[in-house]
Write a new protein. Structure first.
Length: 275
């Protein structure tokens, strides 16, 4: 019988909708969700970074993995991790000679700042372009064409990887922080369960209102019995074989009973001479 703790609350969605912005990889948390709540489907919704908060407010997702800052008191947010900022350059650029690039090295470089730039610059480095690219993807295409450089979170540099480009960590610059966000007034049982996953709560944690579904228990000893059955049968057959050998060993016993007057064991005496 299923208890009420094993079912989602009445106000929970039939599935959990998780939005995520480019560069963020929710895979590890999705796998944990599927293991703990196999009866509750998790639907992934990819959304452009500038549209993530609007999607949450419109009810298009229950929660979102996005980049901070999260504007508005109606949205809650939990910071998860901070990304390394890198500068994307052509493979033959002079900056590839170093492992890390001080931001001062960009002073004489044309640095592109796309309109969806996730980094909050107080003073953008480098020489400004005449026109800002619309997206990070557009900026990286321009870098590949030999027009300037671009600074982005490392995950975006990997997302838009090209063979003719590479990147180096950029020092003393703002970094992008990834957070889990959701509408404050819609903190459902499913949202609370996902919060527990990203915070590292175990499946047996008493926190949260949605209980994990236990995996079906395997019949105790079933596998062992199945494996041991042939051995038991062999042992039983073997014990019978000993008895059989013992039975067939009877003649041996007879042979061994030479002193008991067996046919072979009887000695013929020498004929006496008649006087």
């Amino acid at each position: 019988m299923t208890s009420t703790e094993d079912r989602p609350a009445a106000d929970a969605s039939p599935s959990f909708r998780l939005a995520f912005v480019p560069g963020v990889t929710p895979g590890k948390w999705v796998r944990i969700w599927q293991e703990r709540f196999p009866a509750v489907p998790l639907t992934l919704v990819q959304v452009p970074a500038p549209e993530a908060t609007a999607l949450l407010r419109a009810g298009g997702a229950d929660a979102a993995l996005l980049r901070m800052p999260v504007d508005g008191e109606d949205l809650s947010a939990i910071p998860l991790y901070t990304e390394t900022t890198v500068v994307v350059v052509p493979r033959d650029h002079l900056l590839t000679a170093v492992d890390e690039v001080p931001v001062g090295e960009l002073a004489e470089e044309l640095v592109l700042h796309p309109l969806d730039d996730p980094l909050e610059w107080e003073h953008p480095p480098g020489l400004p372009a005449i026109e800002r690219p619309a997206t990070t993807a557009d900026a990286i295409e321009l870098v590949a064409a030999g027009v300037g450089l671009v600074a982005v979170p490392q995950s975006l540099a990997r997302l838009h990887h090209r063979r003719d480009l590479t990147f180096r960590p950029l020092l003393d610059v703002p970094a992008s922080r990834v957070a889990l966000s959701w509408p404050e007034e819609h903190t459902t049982d499913l949202v609370d369960a996902f919060i527990g996953i990203v915070r590292g709560r175990t499946a047996n944690s008493t926190r949260g209102r949605l209980a994990a579904t236990p995996a079906p228990a395997k019949p105790k000893g079933k596998g062992a019995d199945a494996k041991s059955a042939p051995r038991k049968a062999a042992a039983k057959s073997g014990s019978g074989g000993k008895g059989a050998r013992g039975t067939t060993g009877g003649p041996k016993g007879t042979k061994g009973g030479k002193a008991s007057g067996g046919a072979k064991g009887a000695k013929r005496g020498k004929p006496r001479r008649r006087s």
